[in-house]
Each structure stands twice: as structure tokens, then as C-alpha cells.
Design a protein around this ligand. Sequence first.
Ligand code: CA
Ligand code: CA
Ligand code: CA
Ligand code: CA
Length: 328
Amino acid sequence: MKITKLFLATFAIGIILTSCKKDDEFTTQFIERDRYEVYVENLAEIEAFLESHTFNYAEFQENAPYSDLSTTPATITDNDSFKIEFEELEETSSDLSIMSFLDSPTYPKLETHIIDQDGFEYKLYVLTVREGRGDSVHRLDKAAVLYKGSLSDGTVFDSAVTINTAFNLTSVGSTAGVIPGFREGLIKFKTSEGFTDNVSGETVYHNHGIGAVFIPSGIGYFSSAVSEIPAYAPVFFRFRVITRSDTDYDLDGVPSHLEDLDGDGFGSNDDTDGDGLPNFVDNDDDGDGVLTRYEDIDGDGDPTNDDTNGTGTPNYLDPTSTESNQTN
Ligand SMILES: [Ca+2]
Ligand SMILES: [Ca+2]
Ligand SMILES: [Ca+2]
Ligand SMILES: [Ca+2]
């Protein structure tokens, strides 16, 4: 198993890094390349790859897409162990290119999504082999994912083959998240529905999402050259989304994804008391001076089910309810 920090976004990149020699003899400057220019190049490289490569879709199509967990014992499909492998198309090959699955009415399906980042709109290609049947994944969640990261020349720079680590999908404060392109691809998929141990004692997950994402460097690592990833290179991830778990960044007892009150998938635009701190990082969501965790009146650890005045708005979001269960 190899899980490296590479997977995490690097944030310590200034626009201009200046270094001076001791005697100030001369100054060297590193200036980042133009984001739009890099994006145009990256998109061309990604689309050329999608046109010139195929993947092992025939293998997937030989078996049922999903396991049937309603039977006893469950009817397990080999596709629960399916891993995407890319292969360059030979001129004589009759295999379909990855690009030929663009907007396919059935799975596998290649789709594009527009991702807003740094004032640009990036096109993100997402290949869905299987959407998954477990839980939806929110941007504010942690997720355990099996993945392989590679470059357009096939170099594999990172992989996780067991799920010992769950990653924060969004950077919050000093907690690093994954690169935006990876996150935005991942949230299109659902987790596994469960697992069984096979005869050799291995854990097999069932009915998880299986896909790949093709990431322009502007929503990847951009100018940082990490390990085998050259600066400004687009990166590709093939993955299986196994589990999600809650985060609680402000430790108020409300899972972060439930602090996305309007349910639009973003936590940053939900700010009940208008104090500039979105609810998922605000430990007094309604700004009434009683911390959200003390507005859990029945003390069951869940502040969302306490509505003393019966208005339909729980106490922690209702500034007119100021009852507190704080004991010291
Ligand atoms: Ca929201
Ligand atoms: Ca909160
Ligand atoms: Ca409660
Ligand atoms: Ca309140």
C-alpha cells in the first residue's frame, strides 16, 4: 500500500517567489504561467488522450453491473472488483476510444462538468463506469477511496489500494483537502452498499461508484512539481468510492454536510446569523450567544432535533430560543 501526501493539494504557492543571494548580487524570480494559457494546453492534452485511448469496458460489460444484495447469499458480480485500466488504441483496433462514450445514454458514460475556480471555468471530464448505490458524498465529507493517479504518458504517480485512510474533500482552515478536480469528480458518485469477506479473507465492497476524472492543472496541482508530476501537467485519477464519513469542523455536534442548509452541495453559502462565518465553521449558528452544542436541549448529542417553541426551526438556528443545557 502506498498513500502519499501528494494526493493533497499544496497551498503554499505564492504568485511570485523571490529569492535573493546573500550579497544581493542578483534576484531570481519565479513567475507562474498564465492560467488560461495553461488551461488551453491542458484541455488539448486531455482530449487527445481521450481520443487516443480506450479502457477495459468490455470486461465490465461481461458481468452484471451491480451485485444483488437482496438474495441469500448475495449474488455478487465480478464488477465489484473492477478497476479501470487505460490502453492506447492501436490504429487497427476496433475498440472504442474513451471519448466515444461522451454523453452516452447508458453507462459507461463520459460527461463534462464546468468547475468555477480562480475566476475561470474549467471543463472537467468525468468517466462513470458505475454510479454506485450507497450514500451520496458531500463536498464537506471525508471519503475513503481506492484510486490510482497517472499522467497522460501513463506514469502512475500515486495510488491507494486499501482504504485505511479517509480524505477530507475540502480544505478547511489548516486541514488540507484534496485537489478540487478530484473532489468535483468524486461527488458525482455514491459509496458502496456494504461488504463481504471472500473465501481468502479479503474484504470485497459491493455496488460502489467506479469512475475516472481527467483534471486540468488549474484545478489540480498547477505550478507545483511534486514527485513525478511535472508543473502544469493535467492529472488523471481512476477510483472506486468506498465509504463516506461525517466531519464536524466547528465541533458543534451538527455534521458539516447538514450545515449545508439549502442542500445545494456547498457549505460556504449558508450563514444563518450573517456573521460572515458559514454555519459549518460557526459554533454559534444563530448568533444568540448560546453555543450550538448547548442548544441540544434533550442532550442526545444532536442539536438538530430540539425545537422548544415548536416553530419548526431548531433552537440552534432560532435566535429567539436561548435555552442552554450548559452545566458548567
Ligand atoms: Ca449551501
Ligand atoms: Ca455550526
Ligand atoms: Ca437534541
Ligand atoms: Ca437559539
